[in-house]
Design a protein around this ligand. Structure first.
Ligand code: RIB
Ligand code: CA
Length: 314
């Protein structure tokens, strides 16, 4: 399965990139990068460092939007209550002399998915600015992308404001454009699913024992995430954290890892209190046609097995 992965690398994006680059069933064609967890220059450098760390520098990286479409609080509007420590700016990986391509990520997306028979899935695990820009550049983009997997939104769970998940909150206008652009097959992996696929300190110990470059790098990132969650946002399992973006890749490899429902999802862009909230019509009261397959649950043990087995590869 070929995929293009749009990232705002960040600690969980880094684990997703390594799974996508290493798993034998996947062919990571390219990474596109967007402003999100950090400004786009840091996210681009982090993406290059991750690929270099696992000896996959041949995979091209395209840098994209440096700001959200409409909000003016950028780079990356941070939730004042969530410390930068979850991601930081530069990941703890050696620098690389690999360079990003010169073409803008949004233009690469348009050109790549215009190719007939590309047979490629687009996976978006950051704010949706690049995807929305591609929809705006090319009226056929949504039609050309036959399958789109998004990490974003939440029904019973938020993580940035009282009502919003970070990727949708960081660029709500982009999320609203993408959710209504007419993609025929969107799979939305929400916080409700990622919070059921928690990774623990014990899993980190197994990663260290595995000892591969990807396992050791992922252990650093995941342990950092658990440390922050233990201090600021304890999860249901003691000593654990969600690794949101990695679950998207897990679900691409094994769709049985998540449970989905065909529902209508929209994104709030107007109300200051709830901007970025995903409105997931679980009881189908809106009389609006379902526009995506929403994952609200996940198989934690199956995900952990796949995560460990994939990161053990070199
Ligand atoms: O809310 C989780 C999402 O926001 C993840 O993609 C994480 O990397 C951040 O971008
Ligand atoms: Ca991300």
């Amino acid at each position: 399965m070929k995929l293009v992965l749009d990232v705002d690398t960040g600690t969980d994006d880094a684990v997703a990139i390594m799974m996508a680059a290493l798993h034998p069933d996947l062919n990571l064609v390219a990474c596109t990068v967007v402003n999100g967890n950090a400004n786009v220059d840091y996210c681009t450098d982090n993406t290059l460092r991750v690929l270099s760390c696992i000896n996959r520098s041949h995979i091209p990286v395209y840098s994209g939007a440096y700001r959200p479409l409409a909000r003016n609080d950028f780079p990356t509007p941070r939730d004042p209550n969530k410390p930068k420590a979850l991601h930081g700016t530069t990941l703890p990986l050696p620098p690389t002399d690999t360079q990003a391509k010169t073409q803008h990520a949004a233009q690469f997306l348009v050109d790549y998915f215009k190719q007939p028979n590309h047979d490629t899935t687009l996976v978006a695990v950051g704010p949706l600015t690049n995807i929305a820009l591609a929809c705006t550049l090319d009226r056929d983009f949504a039609k050309n992308v036959e399958r789109l997997i998004i990490m974003g939104g939440g029904h019973a769970i938020a993580n940035t404001t009282a009502s919003a998940e970070f990727n949708f909150w960081a660029d709500p206008e982009a999320a609203a454009i993408v959710m209504s652009a007419g993609f025929s097959n969107i799979q939305l992996v929400t916080l409700d699913a990622t919070h059921q696929a928690l990774v623990t300190y014990d899993d980190c110990k197994q990663l260290v024992e595995q000892g591969s470059p990807a396992s050791l790098a992922a252990e650093l990132f995941i342990r950092q995430r658990i440390d922050v969650h233990e201090q600021f946002e304890k999860m249901d399992i003691e000593g654990s954290a969600p690794v949101h973006d990695a679950l998207c890749i897990g679900a691409l490899i094994n769709p049985k890892l998540i449970k989905t429902q065909h529902l209508h999802v929209s994104v709030e862009t107007g109300n200051a209190q709830s901007v970025g909230q995903s409105i997931i019509d679980v009881h189908k009261r809106s009389n609006q046609e379902a526009n995506c397959y929403v994952a609200l649950g996940a198989d934690r043990l199956g995900f952990i097995r796949l995560l460990l087995d994939t990161l053990a590869l070199t």
